[in-house]
Design a protein around this ligand. Structure first.
Ligand SMILES: Cc1ncc(COP(=O)(O)O)c(C=O)c1O
Length: 368
């Protein structure tokens, strides 16, 4: 067998006809950037998440940068975040001129620990970027309570978690601003790069719309503020709109696969994702933790199963952040997660016999 970690070709088969038809129409019309399909996608995702304003942009990293810019965060400000995430959660903070302040994760879900957030708040703290890692919502009630108590903004990095919800409340609808990525491998992945910012605030939305187009207001070539160029293409917006109609079905399949693994692997000496409150996890990745991670990875590779390590080096130990003065041992939970985590295929198109083969292979490794 040959099982990849994601199978975009299979997913594309399902939507190919529709996407190609739309692309033809868009190319004929030659309205290529921020047109009717960008508006339609923004409206659709705004409705889905229950957040009034959705502003599309070029990618998820820009969505984070634009979020911070809209909140006026820059030089001299501190932004608290997790060291156990994709790089741009923290690079976006540095890129707007602010200081990333890392705090450790909680070991159960590997998301930022609200207790540690509170310990790191100073008078310079302007915001916290929380990451719903691998598709699992952070402890948003506690985090929003902290935000109110200390008067700080919450940015949700929801690149991996579109559709995750708690008591009917969607990822992206808790904080002041939320950043989405439509990178092709995401739960809602495009046919190229793409991103979006969500906010309930009309004032922030107006600013965000300007910031993504060089800070330009309605009047052409008139710049109220300094922005960047981060527009979404119509072709990409259309493809995302088509794929969006399958998102709920795909997320459901991911959760089903996760439940299958949890049931079949529960007696092994590995840590499995916690499935309590199943709607709050949309399994962008299904990540197990094992002392023997590297050997297991190699064993599965030899049996044709691709796995992935997210993330092999926590951000506080990256060379580019050495100026912040962190050292090994500062965030033991994040470091342990980096050393033990292994993502196994959980994509919606995974076939029953492939799932079974993956389970059989992992059991064989543990001689169980
Ligand atoms: C948690 C997280 N934040 C931010 C990003 C950045 O998104 P993009 O790759 O679209 O810039 C990603 C995805 O790559 C991500 O997984």
């Amino acid at each position: 067998m040959n099982i990849p970690l994601v199978n975009l070709k299979l997913q594309y088969k399902k939507v190919e006809k529709e996407i190609l038809k739309g692309i033809k129409e868009i190319l004929k019309e030659q309205r290529l950037i921020l047109g009717k399909y960008c508006a339609l996608l923004e409206e659709t995702i705004g409705k889905f998440t229950g957040v009034k304003h959705a502003i599309s942009c070029a990618n998820g990293t820009d969505a984070l940068i634009l979020s911070l810019m809209s909140l006026g965060i820059g030089d001299g400000d501190e932004v608290i975040t997790t060291p156990y995430t994709f790089f741009s959660t923290a690079s976006s903070i540095a890129l707007v001129g602010a200081k990333p302040v890392f705090v450790d994760i909680e070991p159960k879900f590997m998301n930022i620990d609200p207790v540690k957030i509170e310990m790191a708040v100073t008078e310079r703290t302007k915001a916290v970027i929380v990451v719903h890692l691998f598709g699992k919502l952070c402890q948003m009630e506690k985090i929003m309570h902290l935000a109110r108590k200390h008067g700080i903004y919450i940015v949700e990095d929801m690149a991996q978690s579109i559709g995750a919800r708690k008591n009917g409340k969607m990822a992206g609808s808790f904080g002041h601003v939320a950043a989405l990525s439509f990178y092709p491998t995401k739960n809602l992945g495009g046919i190229g790069e793409g991103g979006m910012v969500l906010t309930k605030s009309g004032e922030l939305a107006r600013k965000l719309k300007m910031l993504r187009v060089h800070g330009m207001d309605e009047k052409p070539y008139t710049h109220e503020i300094i922005g960047i160029n981060s527009r979404l293409d119509e072709i990409k917006a259309f493809a995302l709109y088509v794929k969006f109609s399958y998102l709920q079905e795909w997320n459901k399949k991911r959760i089903e696969n996760a439940k299958f693994y949890n049931e079949k692997l529960k007696d092994l000496p590995i840590v499995l994702p916690d499935l309590e409150d199943e709607e709050s996890h949309v399994f962008h990745q299904y990540v197990i933790r094992s002392e023997k991670r590297d050997e297991l990875m190699e064993f599965l590779r030899k049996r044709g199963i691709q796995t992935g390590i997210y993330y092999p080096l926590p951000l506080h130990l990256q060379e580019c952040f050495s100026y912040l003065g962190y050292k090994k041992g500062d965030f033991p939970c994040a470091e342990e997660a980096s050393a033990k985590s292994l993502a196994i295929p959980v994509y919606p198109e995974l076939k029953e016999k492939e799932r079974e083969y993956i389970v059989k292979s992992i059991r064989k490794f543990f001689r169980a």
